[in-house]
Each structure stands twice: as C-alpha cells, then as structure tokens.
Design a protein around this ligand. Structure first.
Ligand code: MN
Length: 294
C-alpha cells in the first residue's frame, strides 16, 4: 500500500556546479541544500556529484593538489573515468568505473586527487561521486587508513528475475554484505536496473536515506519520478522505499544511522566544536598531518 512507503521530503535538482581544483566539476547536494543542511543525511556530511562531463585530452594534470582532512572519511565512487589518489600515510590507488576508494582521514591526513595520467592524456567522459562520511566523536582522531574497494571485492546482489543487480559497498542488502569497514552503521549500494525492474529497499525509520540517479530514471513509491542527476531525500516515516526503473538505470542508495552529535565544519575539517577546528588548523600548520609531495 502506497501510504506505507517512507515519506519523501524533497526531490532535488542538482545545484549549480562548482570546480574543486580543475578536475572535479561538482554539484554539492549537501550540506549546501537547506532541506538537508549539516546533519540531515548524517553520518553522510557532504555529497559532491560530478555529473557526466567530457574532458578533452590534456597534457597538464587535472585535479586537486595537496590538502588536509580531519574528522571524516572521504569516499570516492567512479562511474566513468579514472581517479588517482595519494596520501601522506603512504597510500595510493587508482579507481576506474565501478570502483570505490574509502579514505579515513581520522586524526589527520594530507591527500591529493587527480585524473589518472592516461585518462587525462586521452580525455573522456568523467562521472563520479565524493561523499564525506562524518566520524563519531570518539573516532575523530582515529589513525588515518585507506580501503581500496575494487568492484570485484564488493558484495554482489542479483534479483531473482535477473532484472536488477547491485554492488554492495557498505552495509547489507538482503543478506549480501559490503566489504567497507565503517565506524557507524552505513549502507551504500550501487544498483543497476533494467527498465521495469522493481526493488524494495528497507531501512530502520531512524536512519537517514537518499537516492541519487547517475543514469536513467526511476519512479519512487509509485508516485515520484526521479530523473537523471536528481537526488531524492527521504523522511523518517515508514521503512520501505519502492524503486521502479523507468529506463535502464544506475542508482546510488545511501542510508545510515544519524550520529546525533554537534557538528563544527570548517573547510576540509569536520569536528564537534570550534575549539577542535582551531586545533586542527594549528596542528596542520605545525606539520602534524605529515608530508606529501605536490
Ligand atoms: Mn580531499
């Protein structure tokens, strides 16, 4: 029955894009959009969506240079194109279509993010998502770490009718578990659905939830049409979300238990108090985040 589905708070168009460095042309759905704000998708704090964009061949590296993070995890999901990452803990990796990198900044790390060299040289279509997952207060200063989650390592869900499949990155869907280690309950799934495929997603009512549509279009709860590049933001009434594919599509499903802690964000740092932000800048300027060559 229709009225048993989880309520929709807002169907969001991508806000105007901005550039992160010269490689990432992104639409910030949150925290910028007021309906979500700082904690409406907690533990997710930020979602930058790089809608499909063609980059011509280039001999100059494109991306964003060395910068710090503290208090969060950065999760980068590639839909098209390849991204290279290096950080001051000595971790590095390249992700391509269908891969994810999950970097825990914790107490502090420096990293840089670029289009992978060969992709940059040849040019091509680029489409990605970067999420910042906020860390609970007690894990803000956890040591930095890096999880390379190649597509083959993800949990693989296939519907009985074979019309939809999902890569389970974190959390669990119908008994299929994702490989990502998380510091609080997080579900992160990439579904590929054929036209007319249907799925019911079910999360605890207390969890925040949203769906981004990187490709194609869906109908949610038999009522809302969600088009390519839109985000549907759910409320907390009802558990089940019904998704029907209007065309062959890819959707990113995210849900998690809200942290319910104070949030003090500033630039690349997300802490609980202003004093902790000041400390982060002090530690950064005193070289406590390590070293990474530009
Ligand atoms: Mn970063």
């Amino acid at each position: 029955m229709k009225d048993t589905y989880r309520n929709i708070v807002e169907l969001m168009d991508p806000p105007p894009y901005h550039w992160v460095g010269d490689g990432f042309r992104v639409h910030n759905f949150f925290p910028a959009l007021p309906a979500i704000g700082l904690d409406g998708m907690s533990p997710f704090f930020l979602m930058d969506y790089g809608a499909r964009h063609y980059f011509p061949p280039s001999s100059k590296p494109r991306g964003v240079g060395v910068h710090p993070h503290r208090g969060i995890e950065t999760v980068t999901i590639s839909y098209q194109g390849r991204v290279a990452h290096h950080d001051s803990s000595g971790n590095s990796g390249v992700i391509g279509e269908g891969d994810v990198q999950w970097m825990t900044a914790g107490g502090g790390v420096l990293h840089k993010e670029y289009h992978e060299e060969e992709f940059n040289r040849k040019g091509g279509h680029f489409q990605m998502v970067q999420l910042w997952v906020n860390l609970p207060a007690k894990y803000k200063m956890t040591p930095a770490k890096y999880q390379a989650i190649e597509n083959g390592k993800m949990g693989k869900y296939l519907s009985d009718d074979g019309k939809s499949s999902a890569d389970i990155i974190a959390g669990e869907f119908k008994g299929v578990k994702g490989p990502a280690f998380t510091f609080s309950p997080v579900n992160l799934f990439n579904f590929r659905m054929l036209k007319e495929a249907e799925e019911i997603l079910s999360f605890p009512e207390t969890y925040n939830a949203g769906i981004l549509v990187p490709e194609g279009g869906i109908i949610v709860n038999d009522s809302a049409e969600v088009s390519e590049n839109q985000f549907v933001y759910f409320g907390h009434r009802g558990k089940d979300i019904k998704v029907k594919a209007q065309s062959n599509c890819i959707i990113l499903v995210m849900s998690g238990a809200p942290l319910n802690e104070p949030i003090a964000p500033h630039g690349p740092f997300v802490m609980n108090t202003k004093e902790e932000i000041q400390q982060a800048y002090e530690d950064y300027y005193n070289g406590k985040f390590g070293y990474l060559e530009d």
